[in-house]
Design a protein around this ligand. Structure first.
Ligand SMILES: Nc1nc2c(ncn2[C@@H]2O[C@H](COP(=O)(O)OP(=O)(O)OP(=O)(O)O)[C@@H](O)[C@H]2O)c(=O)[nH]1
Ligand SMILES: [Mg+2]
Length: 693
């Protein structure tokens, strides 16, 4: 593939609800443009885009994949984005680096949650938008109903530029409302001809709507239109292109990806009317030294700048960095500067990617995409640039992980591989995180949902040979006392030679939540020599770590040592530490110990209609609603305090309650006493776990 210049490039992301046919469309675009000889199928695992073993196994897209197509002297950099909510990170990074998005919609299911969420993202990134109503060949396909629903939801800018000829079994082509021609048949055997007579009425109605929409984007055209003058095809096309570029007009296309119908017509229009990188506003960033604003025009003559939007970790090939060039030219065997990390990087070979296939190129021009292997410092979201003319672009915003599980290496060998493997996974996937929870000793991994963490676990094994068991995370319970108590702890032993003697009186008092531990020395008159006091404290602390009820650490107490005795020869630090342990235990027996659990503050954002169900569910989770607040877009923000133990699967619960249209965050707030009967269950479970291990 030759290196194209900005004005001959179109960067478009395919986005939409899971399973609407994005990958099939990407495949059809490649096939129709002659990039492949055979139309692969997602169900057979033979598409260029879904090449990853996890994608083939599950028949869904997980990664955004580049599928460049050459059409009419133009290179369309198509990014096939995933559709499932767990992989929204890649939708965001794809939208960040394109000028246009095709929102694919299933002609049978119509508008779905993913249609709305991905449209919202595309709007917030300000990219040109069009709809492709796919699967027109399927039973119950209904183009007009779906187009109408899109218009209701996304506004009057939604306007068909094509109409289907036939539907379901009889779907055989599309009418081009702009050229007023019919394209009948699949792929290369399609013929261009007259519009079927029985469609005259529908065609005239929708052509009128199209003309009106096109005229609205151009002052000269709207005047002409309002004065009743007829617009030429060229004028309509001009108005339409202006509308698409400004984001005001969202043309609706239709077709069948699996039958390759309507696909070349879509490409024609992308090339004709979608913005090229040369049309884009200059990329805005800052000077990394001075923070002064910087701009980079999409020209080869500007200093080089690029944004990294994806990183793939390959255990054999190493790291592969995907980037979008914003200005200048990226050349093989050169040096660039990573202004995000403040590090120089050596560029070896520059590649164009097509699915997993890498094609070497000497250079990539402004506006194009490229990939580089084995960059040492560079990660997703970093800016690469010319060191002499440095610029730093804003990083990509990724959704935060909301679903966490605990993992444990199966064997010692797995354990050794796990740490480096997790670090590589984080590099590859900014929506994935891991950490060690010191209180429970577990390794926790977090992602956007259950499927996401399952895939991470599969990848740990397949890519890095680290096999792990997956469990629900343990809750870091704690223990405390509720009343004060005192006791003596006396450690006295005579075993041959020198004996052991330590004797301490300790008083325990409950402290407020979150106060931790306080140790007070109230010894007067040297009842315990000063040098042994720290040993008593050490003993108390050790005993606290081991717990009172279920072996969870004890917190929020004050321990006061107020009396004791010693032996001139037999006393030692060791003996006084033992005395501390004994005193703590005897006192605690009378101090009404209780279990504490972590409470998280939860913030949920959902469309108004789900508010009742959300609140009901949180109440059922022992939650306390703190407040509700109306926010933009007919949505509500609900704040609550909920025990962490009840929130472990909330990512899944919320998705089902709010049908994928809710978001939430949690943050550790404080610890509270566990209600008695729940505490009993936890204590018994803990005993069982201990017996088993
Ligand atoms: N009948 C028919 N089936 C289609 C068409 N396009 C896609 N499909 C089928 O729909 C299913 C999902 O297609 P994909 O292309 O994987 O959809 P996707 O949008 O890429 O899915 P995700 O990436 O997982 O969100 C597959 O079984 C396809 O064969 C079409 O035009 N007609
Ligand atoms: Mg897909």
């Amino acid at each position: 593939m030759k290196a194209y210049k900005a004005d001959a490039i179109r960067n478009v992301a395919l986005i939409g609800h899971g399973g609407c046919g994005k990958t099939s469309l990407a495949e059809a675009l490649l096939f129709a443009s002659g990039g492949i000889d055979r139309l692969g199928k997602v169900d057979d695992g033979t598409t260029i885009s879904d090449y990853d073993p996890d994608e083939i196994k599950r028949k869904i897209s997980i990664n955004a994949t580049l599928v460049p197509c050459e059409w009419q002297g133009t290179k369309m950099n198509v990014i096939d984005a995933p559709g499932y909510a767990d992989f929204m990170g890649d939708v965001k990074s794809a939208l960040r680096v394109v000028e246009g998005a095709i929102i694919v919609v299933c002609a049978v299911s119509g508008m779905e949650v993913g249609t709305e969420t991905t449209w919202d993202f595309a709007e917030s990134y300000n990219v040109a938008r069009a709809f492709f109503i796919n699967k027109m060949d399927r039973e119950n396909a209904d183009f007009y109903a779906v187009a109408e629903a899109l218009k209701t939801r996304f506004g009057t800018g939604v306007v068909p530029v094509q109409l289907p000829i036939g539907s379901q079994d009889s779907f055989k082509g599309v009418v081009d409302l702009l050229g007023m021609k019919a394209r009948i048949g699949a792929g290369k055997s399609a013929t261009v001809g007259e519009i079927p007579a029985d469609m005259a009425e529908a065609v005239s109605k929708h052509r009128d709507a199209l003309i009106e929409a096109a005229a609205e984007n151009d002052d000269e055209l709207i005047t002409k239109y309002l004065e009743g003058e007829e617009l030429s095809d060229a004028e309509i096309a001009r108005g339409l292109a202006a509308g698409i570029r400004s984001g005001k007009t969202m043309p609706v296309f239709c077709g069948s990806s699996s039958k390759d119908i309507g696909v070349s017509a879509l490409m024609d229009e992308i090339v004709r009317a979608f913005p090229s990188p040369a049309d884009a506003e200059p990329a805005k960033g800052v000077n990394p030294q001075t923070n002064a604003e910087e701009e980079r025009k999409p020209l080869d003559t500007e200093p080089f700048s690029a944004l990294v939007f994806k990183t793939l970790a390959d255990p054999y090939v190493g790291k592969l960095t995907y980037l979008r060039v914003y200005s200048g030219v990226l050349k093989s065997d050169s040096h660039v500067y990573n202004s995000t990390k403040g590090a120089e990087e050596r560029i070896g070979q520059v590649y164009f990617l097509k699915g997993k296939n890498q094609e070497a190129t000497a250079e990539a021009h402004a506006g194009d995409f490229a990939a580089i292997a084995k960059l040492a410092e560079t990660g997703t979201g970093d800016t690469l640039c010319d060191k002499a003319k440095a610029v730093k672009f804003e990083a990509i915003e990724f959704p935060s992980p909301v679903f966490t599980v605990a993992i444990r290496a199966k064997t010692k060998v797995d354990e050794d591989k796990l740490g480096p493997a997790l670090a590589r996974m984080v590099e590859e996937d900014p929506t994935f995180q891991f950490r060690r929870e010191p209180e429970t000793g577990e390794t926790l991994i977090s992602g956007l949902g259950e499927a996401h963490v399952e895939i991470v676990v599969d990848r740990l094994k397949r890519k890095f040979g680290a096999e792990v068991d997956v469990n629900t995370p343990k809750i870091p319970y704690r223990e405390t006392i509720t009343t004060g108590a005192k006791a003596q702890g006396k450690h006295k032993k005579q075993t041959g030679g020198r004996g052991q003697y330590g004797d301490a009186y300790v008083e325990l008092e409950p402290l407020e939540r979150g106060q931790g531990f306080e140790f007070v020395n109230k010894i007067v008159g040297g009842a315990i020599p000063r040098q042994y006091i720290p040993a008593v404290e050490k003993g108390v602390r050790e005993a606290m770590e081991r717990g009172l009820l279920a072996g969870y650490p004890v917190v929020d107490i004050r321990a006061k040592v107020y009396d004791g005795s010693f032996h001139a020869v037999d006393s030692s630090e060791m003996a006084f530490k033992m005395a501390g342990i004994l005193a703590f235990h005897s006192a605690a027996t009378n101090a009404n110990a209780v279990l504490l659990e972590p409470i998280v503050s939860v913030e949920v954002i959902v469309p108004e209609e789900y508010m009742g169900d959300i609140i009901g569910d949180l109440n059922g989770k022992r939650g306390r609603i703190l407040g509700m607040e109306q926010i933009a877009g007919g949505r509500q923000r609900i704040k609550a305090l909920v025990p962490q133990a009840e929130m472990l699967r909330y990512a899944i619960d919320l998705r089902s309650i709010a049908r994928g249209r809710g978001r939430f965050t949690t943050e550790l707030s404080h610890y509270e006493q566990v209600p008695a009967h729940t505490a009993q269950q936890i204590i018994e479970q803990r005993k069982k776990d201990k017996e088993e291990s």
